[in-house]
Design a binder for this molecule. Structure first.
Ligand code: BGC
Length: 253
């Protein structure tokens, strides 16, 4: 039997956000709680924040967490925008031991992908769907026939201009280089066309903060795939982390 209500947590570059999620309906059941991501985002400090979020909701049930890193069997494998001390750490075990509840840790973009495919713009799509989350980093999720290819790290792909996609076109690049939306959109369009050339997605879903303001950059986008903004906006990461936990954490009772 699976749990219905699960605390979903989205560990992002600027904030760690959580809320209880009704995993049957794909909605938050309480207002999300956000705590600024500690610096450095070390294992100790992040686990502390996760505990504060759980305490905020008096949470004693299972937790799903999306991490901004490649994650295999709960173990963090990369650390582009988080403290390097995370590499090799079993995030699932340390949070579970600290809070004494079942925990599931997956890549943050994969989490957002689960949510958009079940409740959002990818619902029932059986073709190749690429979801791209834009934030501090660029997260990618690839679905084909409704199945996920986990941990695609296509934000780290190098473009023809010799630049790493994430460094060139993430939202953090827009802020760092003080780009206006047209300048940023033009860069994002380069990335989208590269993705199209390599994967031929029928549908590209854009998630992360920028998906809330498509009017600012959509005029710069010209790619031969259908392109839509994520329906669940930046709640997708929280909802999807809870969905992942629902799938992977089974009730033993
Ligand atoms: C990380 C990915 C993550 C993405 C979005 C990238 O830097 O390598 O694992 O999904 O940022 O947070």
């Amino acid at each position: 039997m699976a749990y219905k209500e699960i605390l979903g947590i989205d560990f992002g570059g600027s904030g760690i956000k959580g809320a209880p999620v009704d995993t049957k309906k794909g909605v938050l059941t309480a207002e999300r709680h956000r705590i600024v991501t500690p610096e450095p985002a070390s294992p100790e400090s992040v686990v502390e924040v996760i505990e504060q979020i759980a305490d905020h909701f008096n949470w004693t049930g299972p937790i799903g967490i999306g991490f901004p890193a490649a994650v295999q069997n709960g173990v963090v494998k990369t650390a582009s925008n988080i403290d390097k001390k995370w590499i090799g750490v079993n995030a699932q075990n340390i949070v579970s031991e600290r809070l004494n509840v079942p925990v599931c840790v997956v890549n943050d973009a994969d989490a957002a992908g689960f949510a958009e495919m079940k409740f959002g713009r990818g619902k029932k799509h059986m073709g190749t769907v690429l979801l791209i989350t834009i934030g501090t980093g660029i997260g990618t999720v690839l679905f084909s026939g409704g199945e996920l290819v986990a941990n695609t790290e296509l934000g780290h792909l190098y473009l023809n201009n010799g630049r790493e996609a994430e460094e060139f076109a993430a939202d953090s690049a827009r802020q760092r280089d003080e780009l206006d939306w047209t300048e940023w959109g033009t860069r994002f369009n380069v990335y989208l066309n590269e993705m199209h050339k390599l994967f031929w997605p029928e549908l590209i879903i854009v998630g992360g903060g920028v998906s809330k303001k498509p009017e600012k950059f959509i005029h710069t986008i010209d790619v031969p795939s259908e392109i839509v903004m994520a329906k669940l906006k930046n709640e997708a990461g929280i909802i999807g982390a809870a969905l992942a936990a629902r799938k992977f954490v089974k009730k033993s009772r």
